[in-house]
Design a protein around this ligand. Structure first.
Ligand code: SF4
Length: 900
């Protein structure tokens, strides 16, 4: 801290801050129309003038020097600032300061006594309302450039520019033409930063979303956590008259820092969709009909009792949800174990990051990422593997790109040339299914060129001799033959990672969704261990990007068939005893069924009741035809859902559920932070939270699960496991975000793991010497191409939320990305239909020709269940965890939408 004198009063300020920050920090209002503390100051608008040591300066670009004497409120300074603002305002049309306008400019004018009569500009420049979420009123643009810098410096999209000269300067999409056809990815940063409302989110309240929105007199803000991806952005939901008026990124959000993406920021149209389920549905005579809650619950209770009577407790299974809160997951697994008496509860991490949990646990001892994402800010080399964060985790993608633009080196390993790959120093494009060989090739170079940390390997790792022996078989030339990655690129990448002082590994589903996904995670983790870049503070370890909002938390809460909350094994007597003490009943000791095993048991007639909470398994699980067969064969299928999804259509009872904007609890994000989720609005009609639904089903079975509210559920979970013992809603309300492990209520959680020892039985990191094995699916003459599936930026998962609302206009159809060579070979044309056929089914999509996808490979997402993408994927699955091999499916293509 340092001291300055502010209008005669001594104040302490942090070293290095600007005078603007110092003045505002002291609670003194000071306009700064070209400034936003999310990016570097420009000092161009002259509205923040102060006097420092006798000189008039722009406070945003002037550091608060120790001992400085600063004047802010003197009449002459106020007059100067007023003059600067008046000049700006005089060019604007009267509506810029219309009564009720809540923009930053309107507030500044009010504070300086500038009235609407000052705004006398002609207002003839027109607007652009081509985009569903971002509209432009050119007449209100003051060319402050905040939007342009937000887009470039924070979002990293560079979609905007200032065009024109002098007073005619105005913001425009860099591509020219309408906004909707620009490179804009609708993160909303320009909307939030624009001080005048020139760029705005269409809505009933002018200026509501501008810069420092909301008027406490009329708006209510609810602080919550985004319910889309696993980044866990902190959001403020602004409501007016009980309806959501805006969802704004919180400036003090620990991960997002005032940024968001098109999903969290805008995609809420689904909430009020007329297709939203508002009453329970019960199948009668083959049709789903609306019924009251009592009747639906009675039917479920009767069906569950009958299933247990006929087949025992293991004839019942539940699929919990990575979209649901921790408390809902906790309660559902407790219901299955305590009321039904089975461990057959699983969650959709089975389909995405179960290999991460297994692989990270085996190597390091805990099933989460090794570091806090904040550490990435210090990394000097990023290795981004099998992930496209620019689309799937946009806020993380933007922060990674910022780091690269600041000078960090970047290696991307991904078959496709998308997102960050265009900024990479080296882009490795392995053939899908060859990750393990690729990682061993990198490790081979690290060892061969002595780019390893000998002291770390000696003191803190195990398994080096076995790994070294294995790696002898993975020289660059052989790895090049296995993976298709040129040997020189492999060596260059290994040297970048190996010579960095603080290397970071960030990875995604391109590592896990393979036949040998767990081996992939372990082989990737080997690199960090060889470099001593984990548990030492000298790197950002190994960190998975989680897909759905609470995929980490669903597993943390024990919604898994082999572990209880906190990952204690159900086969461990001491672990069960601890749960039994809290729950007061015996806990079954035999691991339950995994999701694919549940479907197999249903098809075989052994599973007699399945409860699916918030997952559209018919759309998102592989080999969808056989999933549908399983649901058809199961005598009772219960489904909690927002909409009549494909899965709900197969159910016997459908229960209307609340969305993330309507419920209370917590999520755990990708870097293990517990964060609060709070209801901003009420669910529609008779919809209930999954927490209430699980309680209601338990009551219908004459059982009492205790923990009457989500806070009590987390408190009970904290009593079960040391990993979460220090967590509570009260603490999270106070502190915002707390990472696990958190064994102590008065000490911080561990953001960076393994600083003293690894959590393995011997305290060492375990290198894995697992050989490369080929993928389950191989192309042949009949199916000559490899299909990779993944995500698109505008959509989320099965698309049930993002297809209902403005995001559909941004990305209206399922596309198949095809390389021009393959398009020519198979007679496909851009925008025309193509039929994709695999050994398991077929799907129809629209062709999109481009070079992002390598020859011999095609790519599509799974956001439009109607196109049937998951009828294509096989039931091959990771040999350790049963995670499906989504990333490798052999297919053939035919033009048109006729039979393949
Ligand atoms: Fe943030 Fe992910 Fe939500 Fe986008 S979807 S706002 S990146 S948490």
């Amino acid at each position: 801290m340092t001291g300055i004198r502010l209008d005669g009063t001594a104040v302490d300020v942090s070293e290095g801050v600007s005078l603007l920050a110092a003045v505002r920090g002291a609670g003194v209002e000071l306009p700064a129309l070209c400034h936003d503390d999310r990016f570097a100051p420009a000092g161009s608008c002259r509205t923040c003038l102060v006097r420092a040591d006798g000189r008039i300066v722009a406070s945003c670009v002037t550091p608060a020097a120790p001992g400085a004497t600063v004047e802010v409120t003197a009449d002459d300074l106020r007059a100067l600032r007023r003059e600067a603002v008046e000049v700006i305002v005089s060019a604007l049309p009267p509506r810029a300061l219309a009564p009720g306008n809540r923009t930053e400019l309107a507030r500044v004018c009010r504070s300086l006594g500038i009235g609407p009569e000052t705004a006398t500009g002609p207002g003839d420049r027109g607007g652009d309302d081509s985009h569903p979420y971002v509209h432009l009123d050119r007449d209100l643009c003051i060319a402050c450039g905040r939007c342009v810098r937000m887009c470039a410096d924070v979002q990293g999209t560079f979609a905007l520019t200032l065009v024109g000269r002098g007073a005619d300067t105005v913001v425009a999409p860099g591509t020219g033409g309408p906004w909707a056809q620009s490179d804009c990815v609708a993160c909303g940063g320009c909307v939030d930063s624009c001080p005048t409302g020139a760029i705005f989110e269409p809505g009933p309240v002018p200026g509501l979303t501008s810069a420092s929105p909301d008027d406490p007199a009329t708006s209510t803000r609810t602080r919550t956590t985004c319910g889309y991806c696993g980044v866990g952005c902190t959001l403020d939901v602004v409501t007016e008259d009980g309806a959501i008026a805006a969802v704004l990124p919180a400036r003090d959000g620990p991960v997002n820092r005032g940024h968001a993406c098109v999903k969290g920021r805008f995609a809420r149209g689904y909430r009020t969709s007329p297709e939203r389920l508002t009453r329970p549905l019960l199948r009668r005579g083959g049709r789903l009909e609306p019924v009251g809650w009592d009747e639906a619950l009675h039917h479920i209770a009767h069906g569950l009792r009958a299933a247990v009577q006929e087949g025992g407790p293991d004839a019942v299974a539940a699929i919990s949800s990575a979209r649901a809160t921790n408390e809902e997951n906790y309660l559902l697994q407790k219901f299955m174990r305590v009321v039904i008496g089975t461990n057959s509860v699983d969650n959709c991490s089975r389909l995405c990051h179960s290999p991460s949990a297994a692989g990270l646990m085996a190597t390091f001892g805990l099933p989460g990422g090794t570091d806090t994402f904040d550490d990435v800010e210090r990394s000097d080399c990023l290795l981004v593997v099998g992930a496209n964060p620019a689309e799937a985790h946009p806020v993380v993608g933007a922060r990674l790109l910022q780091r690269v633009l600041q000078g960090a080196r970047l290696v991307v390993a991904d078959p496709r040339a998308v997102g960050l790959a265009t900024h990479a120093d080296v882009h490795l494009r392995p053939r899908p299914g060859t990750n393990v060989a690729l990682f061993h090739g990198l490790a081979h170079v690290l060892l061969a060129e002595d780019l390893v940390d000998h002291a770390f390997l000696r003191d803190r790792a195990a398994g080096l001799p076995e790994l070294a022996e294995l790696l002898a078989d993975y020289p660059p030339d052989r790895v090049a033959a296995l993976t298709g990655v040129p040997a020189a690129d492999l060596v260059a990448a290994a040297r970048l990672y190996g010579r960095a002082e603080r290397p970071a590994i960030v990875y995604g589903l391109g590592v896990t969704e393979h036949l040998h996904g767990t081996d992939g995670v372990r082989a990737l983790a080997n690199l960090a261990v060889l470099r001593g870049a984990v548990g030492t503070g000298r790197g950002f370890g190994v960190n998975p990007l989680r897909g759905q909002n609470n995929v980490q938390g669903a597993s943390d809460m024990g919604a898994l068939p082999d572990v209880l909350p906190g990952y204690g094994k159900v086969t461990d007597r001491a672990v069960r005893a601890r749960a039994e003490e809290v729950w007061g009943v015996p806990v079954p000791d035999r691991p339950g069924l995994r999701i694919p095993e549940m479907f197999a048991a249903a098809r075989a007639g052994r599973l007699r009741a399945l409860w699916v909470v918030g997952e559209d398994v018919c759309a998102t699980d592989p080999d969808a035809n056989r999933v549908a067969q399983a649901l058809a064969a199961c005598p009772l299928v219960v489904c909690n859902e927002l909409f009549l999804s494909e899965t709900a259509r197969h159910a016997d009872v459908v229960l209307p559920a609340a969305s993330w904007l309507e419920k209370d609890g917590t999520f755990v994000n990708f870097d293990r932070r517990f964060q609060r989720v709070r209801p901003a609005v009420a669910p529609p009609g008779e919809a209930r939270s999954d927490f209430e639904i699980v309680h209601a089903v338990a009551s219908a079975m004459d059982a009492d699960l205790g923990c009457p509210d989500p806070a009590a559920a987390l408190a009970e979970c904290a009593r079960l496991t040391p990993l979460f013992a220090g967590l509570s809603h009260q603490r999270l309300d106070r502190e915002g975000a707390v990472p696990w492990p958190c064994p102590d209520p008065v000490r911080p959680g561990e953001a960076t793991l393994y600083q003293e020892r690894f959590a393995t039985s011997d305290g060492r990191a375990h290198l894995a010497a697992t050989p490369y094995l080929p993928p389950g699916e191989q192309p042949d003459d009949q199916y000559p191409l490899i299909l990779v599936t993944g995500r698109r930026w505008a959509h989320y998962n099965s698309g049930s939320m993002t297809r209902r609302g403005g995001n559909l206009a941004l990305d209206p159809a399922d596309h198949l990305d095809v390389h021009p060579d393959d398009a020519a070979r198979y007679g496909l044309f851009d925008g025309e239909p193509a039929t994709v056929t695999s050994r398991h089914g077929h799907a129809r999509l629209l062709t999109r020709i481009g070079v992002e996808t390598a020859p011999g490979q095609v790519f599509c997402a799974f956001h439009f269940p109607a196109s049937g993408v998951n009828r294509l994927t096989s039931d091959h699955a990771d040999t350790v965890t049963s995670c499906p091999e989504y990333k490798v499916t052999a297919v053939r293509l035919t033009a048109g939408d006729g039979p393949a």
